[in-house]
Design a protein around this ligand. Structure first.
Ligand SMILES: [Zn+2]
Length: 348
C-alpha cells in the first residue's frame, strides 16, 4: 500500500508541471493521454490497487480516487483557461471600432452639384435669393412672357420638347422648359420689385447628343430688378462671382447679342483663367471664354410680370452650369456627367 500511496505526490507534481505548459488543444490531448491513458501512472496504480489485500484497498483506493479527481480538476481547469483565451483572441480579431470614420468610398457630390453649391453661396453673399422653377412649363411662361410671341422667329432658336396631354386645349401647350428664364416671370409675379434672385436648374432641348451637347443640361438664371440699375451693376456682379468661383481675379467683356427678353442684349465672355488671355487650347487661342447671355430686362418682360418699367429697371443673365462644371474640373465630354459611371464620378 505504501508503495501505491508514496507515488501519488510525484505523479501530481509531474501533472502540474505538464499542465503549466499547456498552450493549445493538442497539448490538452497529450496531457489527457499521459495522465489518463492506458499506460498512464494512474492506470498502473489502479491495477496495483486491485492486487492489494482487502484491508489495504480502502485507504489506497481513497488516495487513488483523490488523485484521479485532482488530475481531472487540473484538466478541466486548463480546458476552461484555454477556451477563455481563445474567445478573447476571437473577440480581439473580430473587434469592430464603431467610432471609426466610414470608408472614403461612401459616395460624393456630383461635379454639377458642387459647382452649383458654390455658385449659390457666392450669389447669396451678394444678397441674391435662390429660387426653384418648374421643369414642365406652359408656353406663356417659357415664351410669350419672355417677349417671344408665337409668330416670333426666336421660337425656332431653341429646339423644344412639346408636351400635350390627351384632351388638353390644343392652344394651351406645355413644354419642357428650354431655359431657366421662366423663373424671372414667376418670381417677379410673386415678389414684385425690387428683387435679386438666381435660379439654378435643369433645362431641356430637343437636340442631337454629342461630346458637347446634351438634351438635358443645367443653367443658372439671374435677375436683379431695382431702381437705377445699369450694365455696370451687371459687370460688377459677374466679375465678383467669377473671381470667387475661380479664386483669381478675372475680367469680362461684353459683345452685342440678341435675346428677345433683354434690351440691349449681350454676350458675356471672361478672360481665360488658364492662359490669362494669351491663348490656349481651352479658349481656342482667343484668350476669352464665351460664358453667358445677358442684358437689361426688356420693358415688355417687366410689364408682363406686373413690374412698372417706368420706375424699375434690371439686368438678367443665364449661364450654363454644366459647361462651368466641365471647365472647372477639366471634363471634355458632357455625356460623362449623366453616364452614372462610378469610376468617373468617384473622382470628385
Ligand atoms: Zn486660354
Amino acid at each position: 500500500m505504501e508503495d501505491v500511496i508514496s507515488r501519488i505526490p510525484k505523479i501530481l507534481n509531474s501533472a502540474r508541471d505538464t499542465a503549466e505548459k499547456i498552450q493549445n488543444a493538442s497539448d490538452i490531448e497529450r496531457f489527457e493521454s499521459e495522465f489518463f491513458g492506458k499506460k498512464s501512472a494512474l492506470s498502473v496504480l489502479s491495477k496495483q490497487l486491485k492486487e492489494l489485500p482487502a484491508d489495504q484497498k480502502k485507504e489506497a483506493g481513497k488516495a487513488v480516487g483523490a488523485l484521479r479527481q485532482q488530475l481531472t480538476d487540473l484538466s478541466l481547469q486548463k480546458k476552461k483557461e484555454l477556451a477563455g483565451a481563445m474567445q478573447k483572441q476571437k473577440w480581439e480579431s473580430e473587434w469592430i471600432d464603431v467610432t471609426k470614420p466610414a470608408p472614403a468610398n461612401c459616395g460624393s457630390l456630383h461635379p454639377i452639384s458642387r459647382v452649383q453649391e458654390r455658385v449659390e453661396e457666392i450669389f447669396q453673399s451678394m444678397g441674391f435669393a435662390v429660387a426653384d422653377g418648374n421643369h414642365i412649363e406652359n408656353e406663356w411662361y417659357n415664351f410669350d412672357a419672355l417677349n417671344i410671341p408665337a409668330s416670333h422667329p426666336a421660337r425656332d432658336m431653341q429646339d423644344t420638347f412639346w408636351i400635350q396631354r390627351k384632351g388638353d386645349n390644343p392652344n394651351k401647350n406645355f413644354v419642357l422648359r428650354t431655359q431657366t428664364s421662366d423663373v424671372q416671370i414667376h418670381t417677379m409675379q410673386e415678389q414684385g420689385a425690387p428683387l435679386r434672385v438666381i435660379a439654378p436648374g435643369r433645362v431641356f432641348r430637343n437636340e442631337d447628343v454629342d461630346a458637347s451637347h446634351d438634351a438635358v443640361f443645367y443653367q443658372v438664371e439671374g435677375l436683379l430688378v431695382d431702381e437705377d440699375i445699369s450694365l455696370a451693376h451687371l459687370k460688377g456682379t459677374i466679375e465678383t462671382m467669377l473671381g470667387h468661383l475661380f479664386e483669381t481675379d478675372t475680367c469680362i467683356r461684353f459683345r452685342p447679342g440678341y435675346f428677345p427678353f433683354v434690351e440691349p442684349g449681350l454676350e458675356v465672355d471672361f478672360q481665360c483663367t488658364l492662359c490669362r488671355g494669351k491663348g490656349c487650347k481651352t479658349c481656342k487661342q482667343t484668350g476669352w471664354i464665351e460664358f453667358m447671355g445677358a442684358g437689361m430686362v426688356h420693358r415688355n418682360v417687366l410689364k408682363n410680370a406686373g413690374v412698372d418699367p417706368e420706375k424699375f429697371s434690371g439686368f438678367a443673365f443665364g449661364f450654363g452650369l454644366t459647361r462651368l462644371a466641365m471647365m472647372k474640373f477639366g471634363i471634355d465630354d458632357i455625356r460623362l456627367l449623366s453616364s452614372q459611371k462610378i469610376d468617373f464620378l468617384s473622382q470628385f
